[in-house]
Design a protein around this ligand. Structure first.
Ligand code: FUB
Ligand code: ZN
Length: 615
């Protein structure tokens, strides 16, 4: 019998969750939209990524430690690029085994392992540059790198069956338990993620001290421990101003905040800590209500890569780091497992399609670190990350590209869960999904087409099939029966092998207004269709159309037209807009075309906007 391919968040049998992930062998994408994205990831992003690990020197750092010859290159968290790539390679191998991909990851693993100290310590930049372990908890990234190593090691073990990286991870985790566990000292590091890594390593090895250490790291935050290092530090930036349980809205550096919340949700699930889940639900709501862009993007401030104040969401200055979208999807997934609430699956959909996916070119060769919602004509490409540069093949700070790679390679992980009741479908994609005594095949042209056809291949007696009805899907039907948007609908008949189930999600175009308190877009609308946010891109407009002068009429007639064909089946939206005149120039009517936001900047980079002022 084939070994079950365990999910990236393989909650234990004793975990307190409403829904359980299905193994990755129970969630396979076989065609359609995500299949094409995974092909680009496999054929272009992952092999390019390996070259970049070599060229940027981050892999060389491990060799330098082992040989003692050379200097560290890259930022303090350089090791994490290598670990995220390893994680991507492992999930990709699991999806489609390939000897070269295995050989490459084992090569990289050997290079990593050779740099580990006899007592388990590993962080090449500290080893090479400072020589003082845990000497600068706010700024060094020893635990951050460890967390990514743990996630990669678990992925390698689950995805390839190999234990080489897991051995490295266990030695490092044991070292961390000695340093910071019950007999060690309290410690808060500036950048969370070790919490998620430790919990997953616990799930893989059964070693309880890893879970306990993760719980300790969660509870030690927010008590000003970092001020013992330097009383001038801005604790907000480091998610250390308030304990997680008292945080009602994420603040500070966006990636740090959402990784911490995701790790806390893991701890809560394994420890059966309902109070912590409730606190995280309040925090998530605080984010969704007032600190999230319509695209799902997170982080309104370039300064500190941070969340802004509530309703501070300027589209043209959006930071919306690609990593923040990925971290928030990880958090939402853990909240979905804990609560079974559809709003978290709705969030995952938006975060993946409208916030993470714009972070990578459709060819898979270039990346956005910052995801603006508005690029003006004549915008200056003042920094490497400016949207005016278009996507870049890599960055000096290269956290986002390999983060996208690992997420795309394992994206099927978000599709379904199981429970004693049966199988639940949360994300719509073409593929085979199995769990809870039900096996189905789904065919769909989603996210462009709302027809989702499900064929039941197997069904245990009494097992049920439940499908998410997105909050935007008013008028959705399941087998012809109208079902309520914003929740789940269950097929109300006994399932038999060969049954067909038809879910129809209306893809009516929606004009979305922001909360009135978002001054920057008051009086504007964003165009959405199904799960996708749309954007006006200069390349689609006739000569003379100026995006920043366009106004949307009171009752626009929006027509669906074929998209630019960047992705199979894409749909564009066309409507008459008013172009306002300046000075003596009269206003005039022009035709405007919008395309899915994730497609923007794939035909060169030019003016683009998501929010359109009303006439
Ligand atoms: O500090 C590590 C990573 O670098 C963060 O998560 C990103 O925001 C970037 O600053
Ligand atoms: Zn990033």
């Amino acid at each position: 019998m084939a070994t079950a391919l365990r999910h990236p968040t393989a909650v234990t049998a004793g975990a307190d969750v409403r829904l359980r992930p299905v193994g990755l062998d129970g969630a396979r994408i076989t065609g359609g939209f995500w299949h094409a994205r995974q092909a680009a990831n496999r054929d272009v992003s992952i092999p390019d990524g390996l070259r970049r690990l070599h060229e940027s020197g981050v892999l060389e750092n491990f060799r330098v430690v082992a040989t003692g010859e050379g200097e560290a290159r890259g930022p303090v968290f350089a090791d994490s690029d290598v670990y995220k790539w390893l994680e991507a390679a492992a999930w990709e191998y699991a999806r489609q085994p390939d000897e070269q991909l295995l050989a490459d990851q084992l090569d990289v693993t050997r290079i990593v392992a050779a740099a580990q100290q006899p007592d388990g310590y590993l962080d090449t930049v500290v080893q090479l540059r400072r020589g003082r372990r845990y000497g600068d908890p706010a700024h060094d990234h020893e635990l951050y790198c460890a967390g990514h190593l743990f996630q990669a090691a678990v992925a390698q073990h689950r995805g390839t069956g190999r234990t080489e990286l897991l051995d490295v991870a266990v030695r490092l985790a044991d070292h961390l338990v000695r340093e910071f566990g019950p007999d060690g000292r309290p410690y808060v590091e500036g950048h969370p993620v070790v919490e998620m890594g430790l919990v997953e390593l616990y799930r893989e090895t059964g070693e309880r001290s890893y879970l306990d250490l993760a719980a300790r790291f969660v509870d030690e935050r927010g008590h000003g421990l970092l001020h013992e290092q330097d009383s001038q530090l801005d604790l907000t930036y480091f998610s250390d101003r308030l304990p997680v349980r008292q945080t009602t809205s994420p603040e500070g550096h966006a990636v740090r905040a959402v990784y911490l919340a995701a790790g806390a949700a893991d701890v809560a699930a394994e420890a059966g800590d309902e109070e912590l889940v409730d606190a995280l639900a309040v925090q998530f709501e605080g984010m969704a209500r007032a600190k999230q862009y319509v695209t799902g993007g997170l982080g309104a401030r370039w300064e500190g890569e941070a969340f802004g104040d509530p309703y501070e969401l300027p589209p043209d200055r959006a930071y919306a780091e690609t990593c923040a979208a990925i971290g928030a999807a990880q958090w939402a997934w853990r909240m979905l497992l804990a609560t079974g609430e559809a709003r978290y699956a709705d969030q995952i959909e938006r975060l993946l399609l409208d916030a993470m996916l714009p972070g990578v070119s459709l060819r898979g060769d270039e990346f956005f670190y910052v995801n603006t919602l508005h690029l003006r004509a004549d915008a200056s490409a003042d920094t490497e990350r400016s949207a005016a540069n278009g996507r870049r093949p890599w960055f000096d700070v290269a956290c986002c590209p390999p983060n996208v790679m690992r997420t795309v390679a394992s994206v099927a992980a978000y599709a379904a869960t199981e429970s004693a009741d049966g199988l639940q479908l949360h994300q719509y994609l073409t593929g085979d999904l199995r769990g809870g005594g039900v096996a189905v095949h789904v065919e769909t042209g989603y996210p462009f087409d709302g027809r989702i056809d499900v064929t039941v291949n197997e069904a245990r007696d009494g097992a049920r099939l439940t499908l998410r009805i997105p909050a935007w899907a008013d008028g959705a039907t399941l087998d012809g029966r109208e079902v309520e948007a914003g929740g789940y609908a269950t097929v109300d008949r006994r399932l038999r092998s060969g049954d067909r189930v038809e879910l129809r999600l209306p893809m009516a175009v929606r004009l979305t207004r922001a909360d009135e308190r978002v001054d920057a877009v008051r009086g504007s609308v964003a165009i959405e269709r199904g799960p996708l946010v749309y954007a006006l891109e200069q390349v689609d407009q006739a000569d003379g159309v100026v995006l920043d002068d366009l106004r949307l009429p009171e009752r626009p007639r929006i027509e669906e037209v074929p998209g630019p064909g960047l992705v199979e089946g894409d749909v564009a939206l066309r409507f008459a807009a008013i172009q306002i005149g300046h000075g003596a120039e009269p206003d005039r009517e022009v035709s405007a075309t919008a395309v899915p936001y994730f497609e923007w900047a794939n035909r060169g980079v030019g003016p683009m906007r998501v929010w359109i002022p009303r006439a």
